[in-house]
Each structure stands twice: as C-alpha cells, then as structure tokens.
Design a protein around this ligand. Structure first.
Ligand code: FMN
Length: 179
C-alpha cells in the first residue's frame, strides 16, 4: 500500500450549515468538519476568523442543518462568502426554535446544540455541543419512527478533491450481516 504521509483523508463527511445570530441578524456558514465526541455530544470545527464564531460564543447555541441537494446551492454560497463582508441573513427561510436558534425550513434534519466547551487548537475554535433537540421533516422517518437516511439524503463532503457526493445504498444491518 502506498503511504501518502499525513493527509487529512477522513471523508466522506456530512455537509452541514450552521447558523447563529450575529449582530442581531442570522448568519450562516457551511461546515464539513464536524464529529461525534460522545453519545449525546457533537463537535463543530471552525476557523477562528469566521464571522459566525462570535454569534455562537454570545448565544451559546447553534443549529446543525444537514444539507441535501435541494439546498446545496445556497449552502455552497454561504461557504464562499464571509459575514465579515456580506449580509447572509436572507439566504435561507428559517424558523426560530424555542431556544432562539435559527433553523432552516428546507433542511432535512437539524440538530440543535448548546455549547458546553470550546477546545481551541491551532487556528480553530472546536465547539463541543450537547444535543438539545432534533428537528426532522416527518417524511424522512421510517415506519418505526426512526430517521431514514435514504430519505434524508445528506450531501457528503470530500475535502481532498473538494467535491460533494451523494449517499449510497444500504448494504447490511450492523452486527447481523448474515441475516
Ligand atoms: C465545502 C466547504 C466546506 C467547508 N468546511 C468548513 C469547515 O469545516 N470549517 C470551517 O471553519 N470552514 C469551512 N468552510 C469555509 C467557510 O464556510 C467559509 O470560509 C465561510 O465563508 C465562512 O463564513 P463566515 O465568516 O460568515 O462565518 C467550508 C467551505 C466549503 C466551501
């Protein structure tokens, strides 16, 4: 096997748009570097100069809006310009959650988190978030009331080739591959 050296190669990852009120207006930022840190907490890794970081630090909450193909163009746009220069408040239709967080109406699945820690590493604010609420379009649930990721159809991120991918098909049940 060829060793490519230290390449950031842990992909595909789900693409998400995070949102926060900054200077009393919602702003949106496209993020691919997210992760799971425990069974009730997730991580969002943001470069320190980003405009949205200020809003997250002030409000202590944010929505993680999964991206599907329907909102991909807008999601790509909010990853191409900074709120430091452009007002992105009008890009998405949204509702405000009970916790005051802007949630994108057309996102197929949204995780609302509260900031429990910020792990500063190199030039990144890594926000550790406790999951508070999970919003899903009911058409994306299966007959058992569970999230059906084939219906959610998340767009995935490939950083090394800088491309968006779609989800593949189900190939087996975990721990029951012989069934
Ligand atoms: C496909 C894609 C993935 C991105 N992933 C991240 C990421 O994981 N972390 C990050 O800090 N910025 C990421 N960015 C960059 C920000 O979305 C971009 O710099 C944005 O303009 C910052 O907006 P803001 O300054 O308004 O917060 C990504 C951009 C693209 C196009």
């Amino acid at each position: 096997m060829k060793n490519l050296g230290p390449v950031l190669a842990l992909y595909p990852m789900p693409m998400v748009v995070i949102g926060a009120n900054v200077n009393e207006k919602p702003s949106w930022t496209l993020v691919g570097h997210i992760g799971i840190v425990s069974h009730d907490s997730v991580l969002v890794s943001l470069a320190k100069p980003h405009y949205i970081n200020k809003g997250i630090k002030e409000t202590g909450r944010l929505p993680i809006n999964l991206v599907n193909q329907q909102i991909l163009k807008k999601a790509d746009y909010v990853g191409s310009v900074s709120g430091n220069k452009v007002d992105k408040s009008e890009v998405f239709d949204y509702f405000v959650s009970d916790n005051g967080v802007p949630v994108i109406n057309d996102s197929p699945l949204v995780i609302e988190g509260s900031v429990v820690d910020i792990y500063e590493y190199q030039n990144f604010d890594n926000f550790i978030l406790k999951i508070e609420n999970t919003y899903v379009d009911e058409k994306n649930l299966n007959e058992q009331g569970k999230i059906d990721y084939q219906k959610v159809a998340p767009v995935l991120f490939d950083f090394p080739n800088y491309e968006y991918l779609e989800l593949g098909k189900v190939i087996g049940k975990c721990l029951a591959l012989d069934d």
